[in-house]
Design a protein around this ligand. Structure first.
Ligand code: COA
Length: 183
């Protein structure tokens, strides 16, 4: 997949070490990380941790065919707003992927997550991805609105085979995405 994706308002680009302070600012916030993955939710505590995290993302991106972690940079501000990612679902025997998003609270409410996720899905399906899942805590209403707004199929609250417990699950196939684009 191309490393950089451009949209009307955004540049989606690989993380750089110069993003470390902003990554620390975002990932040290429980209000952000409590929605990402399973507990325990451990806030990032140092700039060094941010550098290590970005290195891990780059290493994972080099491994998975469709795996990518991209920073969301609005052209208007040039300040990293958050990120979108396409990552393998954990221990999935079929090698399926999930799409994810997060924003710094100061960048919420502008549609950046929705615009970034739409562009990432366009690129991933163009790159040969067959299907994508999106799994979130049942009470993550802001994230559910993003998934609904961009047109993922809402499967409702169901047992989550990847993260355990019940999750709000969304799904999309390449065919469905392309058909949606034509609407
Ligand atoms: C999930 C999360 C990214 C949603 O952020 P968000 O700002 O609501 O999402 P978007 O950037 O797509 O913005 C959409 C909001 O901006 C508003 N908006 C303003 N201008 C807009 C525009 N041009 N286009 C689209 N939406 C616009 C929309 O009305 C919407 O607000 P609403 O949901 O109150 O109606 C954010 O809450 C977050 O980072 N949460 C913590 C991490 C997380 O939960 N990640 C997902 C894990 S599954």
């Amino acid at each position: 997949m191309d490393a950089t994706i451009e949209t009307a308002r955004l540049i989606l680009r690989p993380y750089a070490d110069s993003d470390a302070d902003r990554i620390l600012d975002i990932h040290s916030r429980l209000e952000v990380i409590r929605w990402l993955g399973n507990p325990p939710f451990v806030p990032m505590a140092s700039r060094d941790e941010a550098l290590v995290r970005m290195k891990e993302w780059r290493e994972r991106d080099a491994q998975g065919e469709h795996t990518v972690h991209l920073a969301i940079e609005p052209r208007e501000t040039g300040v990293l707003a958050g990120g979108v990612a396409m990552t393998p679902l954990p221990e999935d025997p079929e090698g399926r992927y999930e799409v994810g998003w997060h924003l710094h609270p100061d960048a919420a409410g502008h549609g950046y997550a929705s615009e970034g996720a739409t562009a990432l899905l366009d690129a991933a399906f163009a790159n040969g991805l067959d299907e994508v899942w999106c799994t979130m805590y049942p009470d993550n209403e802001a994230s559910a609105r993003v998934a609904q707004r961009i047109g993922l199929t809402d499967l409702g609250i169901l047992p989550d085979r990847w993260y355990g417990g019940d999750s709000h699950l969304f799904h999309m196939t390449r065919e469905g995405w392309l058909a949606r684009d034509r609407d």
